[in-house]
Write a protein that binds this ligand. Structure first.
Ligand SMILES: [Ca+2]
Ligand SMILES: [Ca+2]
Ligand SMILES: [Ca+2]
Length: 277
């Protein structure tokens, strides 16, 4: 009888002990965001709000976020503060369809700052320890940087900025992302120039940085090319003019773009004057 009792206790004791251990010792690496272990379970982040998160051993954390930029090109900052010295975080970025487009791994214990060029869209992020061995805590914040200029949107013929009179004020702007015939999805800046009969309209395009190559291209009213893309050397000021010696007044589209250098500084100034032919 005694032996049977013992066996009985052993069988019962194992599940009781297991239950007690999970109740009393809370896993410090389980957070309120769980379960967010797959894209379908991604935790929705709000821009500008910091979230405290944990990685348990072998844990993968998924997040989703959306940016609304009113259709202009902007940048979003992804800031991850790694609070655990041993953790080597890997961050993988996916588009709204789940296609991977970026992957980053930081050294052990270091914070990560990733800048994402974006128009209005939604994204997924997956975060995990590179070796799936460490557990630890981190904080994540995504912020819309509002890095473009106040002339936006001006990326298309349709929303070109009209230059109403000459001389114009000095217009300052930023080419945030490479834009040229070779970079069609970049941050172009379109202007409409009204050119009266027997007038020449001149423009001066001045970059701030020494390492940016500005470019321009001129189109007629029907958007056909009048002057092919012309690119400056790094830091070069570009000047050109559009003349009108026949017929009535006319208009021209000026498309400005740039290829950024190492500094990533896309700031420029443009001004317009007119003179008699
Ligand atoms: Ca987690
Ligand atoms: Ca711009
Ligand atoms: Ca633009």
């Amino acid at each position: 009888m005694i032996r049977i009792k013992n066996i009985f206790w052993i069988i019962l004791a194992i599940p009781v002990l297991l239950t007690l251990s999970t109740c009393e010792k809370e896993d410090p690496f389980k957070d309120d965001l769980e379960p967010n272990n797959s894209r379908d379970e991604a935790f929705g982040l709000t821009l500008g709000e910091q979230v405290n998160a944990s990685i348990a051993k072998g844990d993968h954390d998924w997040y989703s976020f959306s940016v609304e930029t009113n259709g202009i090109i902007d940048k979003a900052g992804i800031e991850i503060k790694n609070l655990t010295e041993e953790m080597e975080l890997t961050v993988v970025l996916y588009d709204s369809q789940g296609n991977q487009f970026g992957s980053f791994t930081g050294n052990a214990g270091i914070n990560m700052n990733i800048t994402l060029t974006t128009r209005t869209s939604s994204y997924y992020i997956e975060i995990y320890d590179k070796n799936s061995e460490q557990e630890g805590k981190y904080k994540i914040t995504i912020t819309l940087l509002q890095a473009n200029d106040s002339n936006e949107p001006d990326d298309t013929f349709k929303n070109a900025r009209i230059i109403p009179s000459y001389p114009s004020e000095d217009i300052t702007g930023i080419v945030l992302v490479n834009a040229s015939d070779a970079d069609q999805y970049g941050d172009f800046e379109f202007f409409i120039l009204l050119v009266n009969l027997n007038k020449i309209v001149n423009f001066t395009l001045t970059p701030t940085a020494d390492d940016i190559k500005m470019n321009y291209k001129i189109f007629s009213e029907d958007q056909s090319v009048v002057v092919e893309e012309t690119e400056g050397t790094p830091g070069q000021i570009l000047q050109a003019s559009v003349g009108n010696g026949s017929g009535g007044s006319m208009s021209r589209y000026l498309r400005v773009g740039a290829t950024l250098g190492e500094t990533g500084n896309g700031n420029y100034t443009i001004s317009f004057t007119d003179t008699d032919i």
